[in-house]
Design a protein around this ligand. Structure first.
Ligand code: ADP
Length: 294
């Protein structure tokens, strides 16, 4: 039933019939189950989740379109999304990933800087999306610090409170958010088009060695937020950073602000997965609070 519905959805989107001959389960995703489907001629990449995942997939398809329109880095082309019988799906172009070539990391750095050159008048996006499976609010704002305070950190802290993470985490969060402007005293970011969830698992290279980014959480924000996340779980080499800085050098204050930006993802991990992430977030807040002292 499910695969018939997916076949029908693809056939409608492509205006021709698509009959699945093979499905292969893929590993590597953290939120959805992933498959490669084939009809003997062509292949597609499919993500599946429960029916409630439909709006997440719709936002992901829109995010991929926004990134593709910038013509800076290769992204999988979205084909269709839908839901039926308790399941939701997103179908995109299937991309065969290859080995990283000698210039691949450099290309990724250059292309990410080119992506970030696409700017908007306002921070945020025209719609909300998700970060992992958590809602990510993107109401548009003229002020980056206000946007980041309310829609990124405060949102995650409120969620943490509802998950029972109270006490010192919230106290430190309150103190940090009250004086967030301190980190921006000599820096006014532009509203750059961001991937939004750029860790090593959401980036690869096609068989020609060209960078590919996928699974985005798109919005317009400080480009440092994308760079910071590349450092959170590793996976990006020195050539990547050198190439990025060659095209568009980072401000010296990035070294401090990157912790502020990764605090958002660490709080999100505490909300999604629990474990040691709350303690890690608190240590990050301690370091940021100590940076705030005159
Ligand atoms: P999740 O939303 O569950 O985190 P991902 O979008 O990260 O899932 O995809 C899971 C895995 O599938 C990735 O780690 C990657 O290896 C692979 N993948 C993602 N997109 C494609 C694609 N368009 N073509 C081929 N493989 C893909």
């Amino acid at each position: 039933m499910l695969w018939q519905a997916v076949e029908h959805s693809i056939s409608q989107a492509l205006d021709c019939s698509f009959n699945i001959t093979h499905t292969n389960s893929l590993s590597g995703g953290s939120i959805n189950s992933a498959y490669r489907i084939d009809d003997g001629d062509s292949s597609y990449f499919v993500k599946l989740n429960g029916e409630q995942g439909l709006s997440m997939f719709e936002a992901e398809a829109e995010g991929l379109r926004e990134l593709a329109a910038a013509k800076a880095i290769r992204v999988p082309e979205p084909v269709c999304y839908g839901a039926e019988s308790g399941r939701a799906w997103l179908v995109t172009e299937y991309i065969s990933f290859g080995r990283q070539g000698s210039h691949s990391a450099q290309l990724l750095g250059e292309q990410l800087a080119a992506l970030h050159r696409n700017t908007s008048e306002q921070f945020g996006w025209y719609r909300d999306n998700t970060i992992g499976s958590t809602v990510q609010q993107n109401s548009q704002s003229d002020h980056w610090v206000t946007f980041y305070r309310q829609q990124r950190l405060q949102f995650q802290l409120d969620l943490a409170s509802r998950h029972g993470l109270s006490g010192s985490l919230q106290d430190k969060g309150d103190r940090l958010l009250a004086d967030l402007d301190v980190f921006f005293s000599d820096y006014a970011p532009q509203a750059s088009l961001l991937h939004g969830d750029l860790w090593g698992g959401n980036c690869s290279f096609d068989t020609d060695g060209n960078p590919v980014i996928f699974d985005p959480a798109v919005y317009y924000g400080d480009r440092e937020a994308d760079l910071a996340m590349t450092e959170l779980f590793g996976g990006f080499n020195a050539g990547f950073y050198a190439a990025y800085n060659e095209v568009w050098p980072l401000h010296v204050g990035y070294q401090v602000r990157k912790e502020l930006y990764n605090l958002y993802h660490t709080l999100n991990h505490a909300n999604l997965f629990g474990g040691g992430y709350a303690a890690q977030a608190e240590s990050m807040m301690d370091r940021l609070l100590s940076e705030m002292k005159p």
